[in-house]
Write a protein that binds this ligand. Structure first.
Ligand SMILES: Nc1ncnc2c1ncn2[C@@H]1O[C@H](COP(=O)(O)OP(=O)(O)OP(=O)(O)O)[C@@H](O)[C@H]1O
Ligand SMILES: [Mg+2]
Length: 225
C-alpha cells in the first residue's frame, strides 16, 4: 500500500517551554510493495514518523495518506478499524501486556476480528516456532527476557497478516541469528506484497539485500530519499 506524507510536522508540547519540533515539514512517498529502512540518530524523529504512518497519533500539521486515503478525514472509529486491519506495528518499547501470557499477547489483535481460539493458537504457534519462543507460550510477558519480548512483539504485529508492517528498531534486542530470521521473514513478506518500513541503525538491517531504499532523517527532516 502506498504511503504518502505531505508537509508533515509534529510538535510535542506545543506552546509550552518543553516544546519539541520532532518532525519538520516532511514530504515522503513510500511506494506500495517496497521495503525501506528509516535511519537516523537517536532523537531524529524515527519513532514519531512511524507513529504517524501507523495512526497512533495525527501530525500537528500536514497530511498523511495510505493507499490514497487521507487519514485526517477518517473519523476516530474508522481510524481504529483501519489501523487494526492495515498496520502491523512492532513498537520500540514493545507495548505488551505484562500480566497476559505470551500466547494471549500475540493473539490479542485477532480478538476484534472474531477469529476462534483454535485458529488463533495455530497461527500464533507458527510464529512462536519460527522465533523460538514456543517454550514460553504460557509464561506471562512479565516473566520473559528482553529478547523474548522483542519476538513476542514481532509475532503480535504479524499475526493479522497486515498489508503494512512498521518495525521500530526490531532487532535491537536480538542476536545476529535471530536478526537474520527476522530479516528473512521480512523479505518473504515483502515478496508476498507487503509494504514494510523498518527503523534501524543495525547493519544487519540496513545492508540487507531486500532493503530497497534507505531514508535518512536528521533533526526531523529527510536528508536523502
Ligand atoms: N511524547 C513526547 N513528548 C515530548 N517530546 C517527545 C515525545 N516523544 C518524543 N519526543 C522528542 O521528540 C524527538 C524525536 O523523538 P523520536 O522518539 O521520534 O526519536 P527517534 O529517532 O525514534 O529516537 P531513538 O533512536 O532514540 O528511538 C526527540 O527529541 C524526543 O525527545
Ligand atoms: Mg525511536
Amino acid at each position: 500500500m502506498l504511503i504518502e506524507l505531505e508537509s508533515v510536522t509534529k510538535i510535542y508540547n506545543q506552546g509550552r517551554p518543553n516544546e519539541v519540533r520532532a518532525l519538520d515539514a516532511i514530504d515522503l512517498r513510500i511506494g506500495a510493495e517496497t521495503m525501506v529502512c528509516l535511519r537516523g540518530a537517536s532523537g531524529s524523529g524515527k519513532s514519531t514518523l512511524l507513529s504517524i504512518i501507523g495512526c497512533i497519533f495525527p501530525p500537528t500539521s500536514g497530511r498523511a495518506a495510505i493507499a490514497g486515503r487521507k487519514l485526517s478525514r477518517l473519523p476516530d472509529r474508522f481510524l481504529t478499524l483501519h489501523r487494526r486491519r492495515t498496520i502491523g506495528f512492532i513498537f520500540q518499547r514493545f507495548n505488551l501486556l505484562p500480566e497476559l501470557t505470551v500466547l494471549d499477547n500475540i493473539t490479542l489483535p485477532l480478538l476484534p476480528l472474531g477469529v476462534g481460539p483454535a485458529d488463533r493458537r495455530a497461527r500464533a504457534r507458527e510464529l512462536m516456532e519460527r522465533f523460538g519462543i514456543i517454550h514460553r507460550e504460557n509464561f506471562r510477558a512479565a516473566q520473559v527476557s528482553g529478547g523474548e519480548l522483542q519476538r513476542v512483539a514481532i509475532a503480535r504485529a504479524l499475526i493479522n497478516d497486515p498489508p503494512i508492517i512498521l518495525a521500530d528498531e526490531p532487532t535491537a534486542h536480538l542476536d545476529s541469528r535471530l536478526s537474520h530470521v527476522f530479516m528473512d521473514l521480512m523479505a518473504e513478506l515483502r515478496a508476498a506484497g507487503k509494504t514494510i518500513v523498518i527503523t534501524s541503525h543495525d547493519p544487519l538491517v540496513t545492508e540487507h539485500p531486500a532493503i530497497e531504499r534507505i531514508i535518512d532523517i536528521r533533526d526531523g527532516r529527510i536528508h536523502a530519499a
